[in-house]
Write a new protein. Structure first.
Length: 202
């Protein structure tokens, strides 16, 4: 049985984070297995098995400033009990850099992907359905987070107020494939957008 608390080394790393980039870099390390625990995830649990093929791209996204929160591949098949699971390929998270946000939004819109963007103090969005079970809505990505909800996901025992404020001020971004079922379009578009040179570096 996994240990149900964050180990001391991981706690030190998360408590030492100060900037948005610090949090994103630690998230990349957790995705890659270098850190065993992540705020908001059961201690000593890594990414879900279905996420494994996406880890290199998700880690790269975090390293350039897209702090990913949840993701899933496209899927459309019944499980061993005959229950039909339909998933849109999708990713959701936070972006603090306006230039990166524009780049990701432009790439998603040009490719015809579904897109939700919200900012602090915006009206609350219900999000978009990314998973259906036997035809019934099951999971949504992109529902607007309130500050208390964010604090629950980034708890004060691990994340100091300075670092937390960078997440609370960031844009909340969700990108998803328009169709349910297997699709690589989202991941191709995201990969290409992340590889574009930043205009601030020119």
């Amino acid at each position: 049985m996994p240990i149900r608390w964050t180990n001391r080394a991981d706690r030190r790393l998360w408590r030492a984070a100060v900037t948005f980039s610090d949090l994103a870099a630690l998230t990349a390390r957790w995705l890659e297995g270098d850190i065993r625990s992540h705020p908001g995830v059961m201690p000593n649990h890594g990414p879900d098995a279905e996420t494994q093929p996406l880890i290199p791209l998700l880690a790269a996204a975090n390293c350039v400033g897209f702090l990913t929160d949840s993701s899933q591949p496209g899927h459309d098949a019944a499980d061993c009990d005959g229950i039909l699971w339909e998933q849109r390929a999708s990713v959701t998270g936070f972006v603090a850099d306006p230039e990166l946000l524009t780049r990701l939004v432009d790439a998603a819109e040009e490719a015809g992907l579904l897109l939700l963007v919200s900012f602090p103090d915006d009206y609350l969005q219900r999000g978009l359905v990314v998973t259906r079970v036997n035809g019934m809505d099951y999971t949504r990505f992109g529902r607007s987070w309130t500050r208390p909800e964010l604090r629950g996901a980034w708890p004060s025992r691990l994340i100091n107020e300075t670092a937390f404020d960078t997440v609370a001020r960031a844009a909340q971004l969700t990108i998803a494939a328009p169709e349910f079922g297997s699709s690589n379009t989202l991941w191709t578009v995201l990969d290409e957008a992340l590889r574009l040179p930043s205009t601030t570096a020119r």
